[in-house]
Design a binder for this molecule. Structure first.
Ligand code: C2E
Ligand code: CA
Ligand code: CA
Ligand code: CA
Length: 275
């Protein structure tokens, strides 16, 4: 039995080593990704539910690694957050998204709002507001065409810091949306203290809302409450006509999901920008 125990220990520690090595490798590759220009943004249109007009576009990061191929953000964003690499990567994303949105405007299309995902770690940077300001100045994108998406947990985690920063950003005319709403422990009343204008219902509630009574009830309650606080609501992850019809009936404002389009490279997203 003792020998068995030892073997198990060895097995565990070699598994841990493999994991550590794997992490270490990915970290090194992630460090080089910016200078190697391996990041690219894909864009997913967001629609007005009533008339199907395009309101905005969410920028979603993709890593096209020369060592590992396309890596999903679910795989590398957590590591980027832990290592702090999300700071330079996050600024790259902001700048690229603003630049692309300005380019579309300059081509003469009706202006759209570009939404960028922001990690908790980024909001902890003292000069985050200043950096966002310079990016807007550099790219010449008018402030009202930028929206920052922060998750519910990010907003609540550092509520005091977030409050001040988000206020400053709001005063600049930048829009703030609460992402993944319903997955954390905040209430809308609590969030309402922040200068936000829109909440995004997490796709986990949308997925089964047409078949699961509880999910349907949650979605309806969030929409009603948000409206009573004069916030607009986006449903993310909408995949079916049934889901869309219920959302329309409940007067949800905006829709984003595979039903209309998956995230696309900028050139392919142009057809939605042209609308
Ligand atoms: P998120 O911000 O909640 O983004 C929505 C995710 O749902 C995206 O996954 C999108 O591709 C996916 N999606 C959109 N429509 C549908 C649908 O109809 N059905 C389903 N099943 N999925 C749909 P993606 O692109 O893999 O991004 C995953 C997460 O990674 C994002 O979730 C966001 O939290 C994070 N992320 C992506 N880009 C960035 C970034 O630039 N910065 C930061 N900090 N996080 C990012
Ligand atoms: Ca988002
Ligand atoms: Ca989400
Ligand atoms: Ca998310």
């Amino acid at each position: 039995a003792k020998e068995n125990g030892k073997n198990q220990m060895e097995m565990y520690s070699s598994e841990i080593n493999t994991l550590t090595m794997e992490r270490f490798q990915m970290e090194n590759q992630l460090r080089k990704a910016l200078e190697r220009e391996e990041f690219v943004l894909h864009y997913q249109p967001q629609f007005h539910l009533e008339n199907n007009e395009v309101l905005g576009i969410e920028a979603l990061l993709r890593w096209n690694s020369s060592d590992r191929g396309i890596v999903s953000p679910m795989e590398f964003i957590p590591l980027a957050e832990e290592t702090g690499l999300i700071i330079p990567i996050g600024y790259w994303v902001l700048k690229e998204a603003c630049r692309q949105n300005k380019r579309w405007m300059d081509q003469g299309h009706r202006p759209k709002i570009v939404s960028v995902n922001i990690s908790a770690r980024q909001l902890q940077e003292k000069d985050f507001v200043q950096a966002v300001k310079s990016i807007l100045e550099d790219t010449q994108l008018p402030t009202q065409y930028l929206c920052l998406e922060i998750t519910e947990s990010t907003a609540i985690k550092n509520i005091d810091i977030s409050m001040n920063m988000l206020k400053e950003l709001g005063e600049l005319g930048i829009k703030i949306a609460i992402d993944d709403f319903g997955t954390g422990y905040s209430s809308l009343a609590m969030l309402k203290q922040l200068p936000i204008s829109n909440i995004k219902i997490d796709k986990s509630f949308i997925r089964d809302m047409d078949v699961d009574k509880d999910d349907g009830a949650i979605v309806r309650a969030i929409i009603a409450m948000a409206h009573s606080l004069e916030l607009t609501v986006t449903a993310e992850g909408v995949e079916t006509e049934d889901q869309k019809n219920i959302l329309l009936q409940e007067k949800c404002n905006y829709l984003q999901g595979y039903l209309y389009s998956k995230p696309l490279p900028a050139e392919e997203c142009l057809r939605f920008v042209q609308e």
